[in-house]
Design a protein around this ligand. Structure first.
Ligand code: SAH
Ligand code: SF4
Ligand code: F3S
Length: 441
């Protein structure tokens, strides 16, 4: 029997690039594939099926994917029955051009067609006339095999984006906003929690416009309803667009039981002139007032942001305004990006594109300013005791484990018997810019 199972299981490897939406999609795809007998493995060399879930938000993301596609060529040569597919945002954007460029790709599946994954894979298995296809016939009874639920789950509440920031490719590769029904979301979360999830992150490109298309609930109402789910310990959400973060939402976070005090609120830039060219629809002053409101209502809140430097037409003056703005707002952390020209977006054709070396210089300056601020904020946590949700071993040292505070700060501590999903107290003894080091308390 054991032997049977061994031969029955087909092996898949899914490589995921890009945002949490892709992470959630990859989970969904792996669950689908598990119903036709695939199990997840670590070693890519042993895979019967490799999927790359791609991102195209910046050119660097695409370059990484092209590199990976190239690397897989030798695996396909070694094992011609290997099924190799590309999905995600680059698949949507490039379509079959990817196969023209790299003929060892078997299929390309855009973001709008994820539901067809199983059919495509089964067709390829049969076309290969490989043992994979034959094995398929015997697999019927394995259908709906239990899928893995982790202690922390990402749940998409809506897909797509309607905002068309002028630099951004996402609306073109993810389509218009579609909100899932509240009932469907709540049932999914209930079953995740029943299966052991203690932390849930609600996902959308702009969660604040949740429900605008079906009017069954707005985002604040959804968040409050999810917060009531028994057994859930931490509730997070991302991303919020500053243009429509409502007072009702701020109150919902303030009054919530398990809603974490962390808001990721991408500002993108700190000068009105550039914000307008980016089509962000708010001003620096409006953002400032929003932050004040949030901090007044939720005193321990941590605020993080995204910033883009080198947007077309950026002057020294714009840039200095942005530095001043950072010094004023004092974000807990900022993810900083160099503007990347995405063909098909309006900004790609804007005049006065900024030279590469200047972009890099500005990025460095921006990071220097922000790092100092992040460190200063984190230093306030010296010797404080914080509750963290244990995640996993750190990348570099398996004796060091990571966890997160409610404010979403990463904490490193020496591992004893803690397991992923445990809540423990840690005393912070070495706060740094991006991480906090501590010891079990
Ligand atoms: N919907 C989310 C996130 C979108 S993509 C939001 O609006 O906040 C994540 C981040 O990538 C963005 O916040 C932006 O800072 C960055 N980004 C998007 N397009 C980019 C581009 N063309 N060049 C550089 N950074 C970009
Ligand atoms: Fe892109 Fe703007 Fe939509 Fe975010 S809100 S996904 S930055 S277009
Ligand atoms: Fe990238 Fe697509 Fe997300 S372009 S950032 S993976 S929505």
């Amino acid at each position: 029997m054991l032997f049977m199972n061994k031969t029955l299981n087909k092996k898949m490897k899914i490589l995921t690039y890009g945002c949490q939406m892709n992470v959630a999609d990859s989970e969904r795809m792996s669950r689908q594939l598990s119903t036709i007998g695939y199990e997840m493995i670590d070693e890519i060399e042993e895979a019967d099926l490799i999927l790359i879930n791609t991102c195209c938000v910046r050119e660097s993301a695409e370059d990484r994917v092209y590199g990976k596609i190239g690397e897989i060529k030798h695996l396909k040569r070694k094992n011609p029955k290997l099924i190799f597919g590309i999905c995600g945002c680059m698949a949507q954007k490039e379509g079959d051009n990817l196969i023209k460029r790299a003929p060892h790709i078997d299929f390309v599946l855009g973001t709008g067609r994820v539901d067809q994954l199983i059919k495509i894979v089964q067709n390829l298995e049969e076309k290969n006339n490989s043992e994979l296809g034959i094995r398929n016939l015997e697999l019927r009874q394995l259908k709906n095999s239990a899928f893995r639920i982790t202690h922390s789950e990402f749940i998409p509440i809506m897909y797509g984006c309607n905002n068309f920031c002028t630099y951004c490719i996402v609306p073109y590769v993810r389509g218009r906003e579609r909100s899932r029904k509240p009932e469907e979301i709540i049932n999914e979360i209930k079953s995740a929690v029943a299966n052991g999830a203690v932390e849930i992150t609600l996902l959308g490109q702009n969660v604040n416009s949740y429900g605008k298309d079906h009017k069954l609930a707005n985002f604040a109402e959804l968040l409050t309803a999810v917060d009531k789910i028994e057994g859930l310990k931490r509730l997070r959400f991302m991303t919020s667009h500053p243009k429509d973060l409502s007072d009702e939402l701020i109150a919902a976070i303030r009054d919530g039981k398990n809603i974490c005090e962390h808001i990721h609120l991408p500002v993108q830039y700190g000068s009105d002139r550039i914000l307008q060219k980016m089509n962000r629809v708010y001003t620096v002053e409006k953002y400032r007032q929003l932050v004040k409101k949030i901090r007044d209502q939720i005193p321990n809140v941590s605020l993080t942001t995204d910033l883009i430097v080198g947007f077309p037409g950026e002057t020294d003056e714009d840039f200095n305004e942005t530095l001043d703005f950072l010094r004023e707002i004092k974000f807990d952390a900022a993810y900083t990006f160099i503007y990347s020209k995405r063909s098909g977006t309006p900004a790609a054709n804007f005049p006065d594109q900024v030279a590469d070396d200047l972009k890099h210089k500005r990025l460095q300056k921006l990071m220097d300013v922000q790092n100092e601020i992040s460190l200063e904020i984190n230093q306030h946590l010296q010797d404080q005791i914080v509750e963290i949700l244990v995640e996993c071993a750190s990348k570099n040292d398996e004796n060091i484990f990571t966890g997160r505070t409610r404010t979403n700060k990463l904490v490193l501590f020496e591992h004893n018997d803690e397991k992923p999903g445990d809540f423990i107290n840690v005393k912070i003894n070495q706060p740094q810019t991006w991480i906090l080091k501590g010891e079990r308390y």
